[in-house]
Design a protein around this ligand. Structure first.
Ligand code: PLZ
Length: 433
């Protein structure tokens, strides 16, 4: 309808700039008034195809019918009691569901918090309590949040850590099996990376001092890096052998996104604790910590909690999300999205040597842009493609330690014609560049 951003969005942007600090960035400065079915609509009447899902959140679609229905009923019944003051059933239902659906058939416990970062912080607290140890091991390219502890767990300095120190103590970083950038090639990546990581843990920290290893089964903000096959099971096995709590941070990968309900399932990895958020509640703020009963039950009564954790509106939304995933078979939908996107992107890679790597699973797909003929990261090209896509009405996000990754996270309910149209815009933007 108008240029992107249009006049109304521009006016709102000026107000945002006067009222909100610049530390809160803007990927695409259009102000949204409605969204659903894989489309976001802005204040000027433009419709954009959504390849971002609000960073992997609205997997069931924006304002998904089952979520809306449940939340509308709940908001009229009661909005808050604080689950620690007087409980309500929907919280327990969500926990029962997560205990049942997350990997592993051991006995589990779940509790609910407000954000991904809060879930990861709690996982670390519990692992420390249960093991009596302090050290936490994380990986290159990892992202776990912006609070003091989770920012420390996050790998990338700019923009997440720069000048925000001092950081939390007892956090150690080891290599991740990043196939595209592994010095001796992708074939050797899993084994060598696992060996290096384990060697660092045993020699530099001492396995007996490690409370938890925290890893994303696919590194999200770090650039949709799928660790070379074999790496995750090897690390999990090392943890098991050494009494270390293996924490899978599935905040971005969870809830059907990668073509399995949880990304760990791909290699049959069973985490001791799994953290989830984002896709769990279709946009309402909710996150969860699910873990082995014998670990979770260690913490003394009253040792965990928070005012809003598992708010009744968010719990109803989560129940609506889980119903939608099941009824619409969104696990299969995610796989279908991958089956459409990956071959198209791979054929684009054959035509344009600016595309160094095409990767991902299900509806969590990325391309890494490089200086042609090298592996030199090309963030300028990413910026140029993003700018073109946004101008043409396709919302895409970036990622990556080197800022050179374009990532695609369409809602799993996106109609195929929109997916095709979005891919067409992207292809054109890359071809023009
Ligand atoms: N763990 C794996 O992906 C959030 C960050 C957006 P919160 N990723 C999006 C931004 O720039 O702040 C994330 C994640 C993984 C933890 C988190 C943190 O989740 O809900 O943002 O706290």
């Amino acid at each position: 309808m108008t240029a992107i951003p249009g006049p109304k969005s521009q006016e709102l942007l000026a107000r945002k700039e006067a009222a909100v600090p610049p530390g809160i960035g803007t990927t695409l400065p259009v102000f949204i008034t409605r969204a659903g079915g894989g489309v976001v609509q802005d204040a000027d009447g433009n419709s954009l195809i959504d390849f971002g899902s609000g960073i992997a959140v609205t997997s069931v679609g924006n304002a998904a019918p089952k979520v809306v229905e449940r939340v509308q009923k709940q908001v009229a019944d009661f909005t808050h009691t604080c689950f620690m003051v007087t409980p309500y059933e929907s919280y327990v239902q969500v926990c029962e569901k997560l205990n049942e659906l997350t990997p592993g058939d051991h006995e589990k416990r779940t509790f609910l918090v407000n954000s991904g970062a809060e879930a990861v912080e709690n996982a670390v607290k519990i692992a420390r309590h249960a093991t009596g140890r302090q050290a936490v091991v994380v990986f290159d390219h990892g992202y776990h949040g912006r609070t003091l502890l989770t920012m420390t767990l996050t790998a990338k300095n700019m923009p997440y850590k720069h000048k925000f120190g001092p950081f939390a103590p007892e956090v150690y970083r080891v290599p991740l099996a990043y196939p595209f950038r592994w010095p001796s090639g992708p074939e050797n990546c899993a084994e060598e990376a696992a060996e290096q990581a384990i060697d660092m843990i045993t020699k530099q920290i001492g396995a007996e001092n490690v409370a938890a290893v925290v890893i994303e089964p696919i590194a999200g903000e770090g650039g949709f890096i799928e660790p070379a096959k074999g790496f995750l099971p090897r690390v999990a096995e090392f943890c098991r052998a050494n009494g270390i709590v293996f924490v899978a941070d599935e905040v971005q990968t969870g809830f059907a996104r990668t073509g399995t309900l949880f990304a760990c399932e791909d290699e049959g990895v069973v985490p001791d604790i799994i953290t989830t958020a984002k896709g769990i509640a279709g946009g309402l703020p909710l996150a969860a910590v699910t873990g082995r009963a014998e670990i979770m039950d260690q913490v003394h009564a009253g040792g965990l909690g928070g005012t809003y954790g598992g708010n009744p509106l968010a719990c109803e939304a989560a129940l609506g999300v889980l119903e939608t995933i099941e009824e619409e078979d969104l696990v299969a939908r995610a796989r279908r999205i991958g089956d459409i996107m990956l071959p198209r992107l791979r054929s684009l890679q054959e035509r344009f040597d600016i595309i160094g790597d095409v990767r991902g699973r299900g509806a969590m797909i990325a391309i890494e842009l490089v200086e042609p003929g090298t592996k030199e990261p090309n963030p300028a090209a990413v910026q140029a493609v993003v700018k073109r896509c946004h101008a043409e009405g396709l919302l895409v996000l970036t990622a990556g330690t080197y800022g050179n990754v374009l990532r695609f996270l369409p809602p799993l309910v996106m109609p195929e014609h929109l997916l095709e149209e979005g891919l067409g815009i992207l292809e054109k933007a890359i071809a023009e560049l």
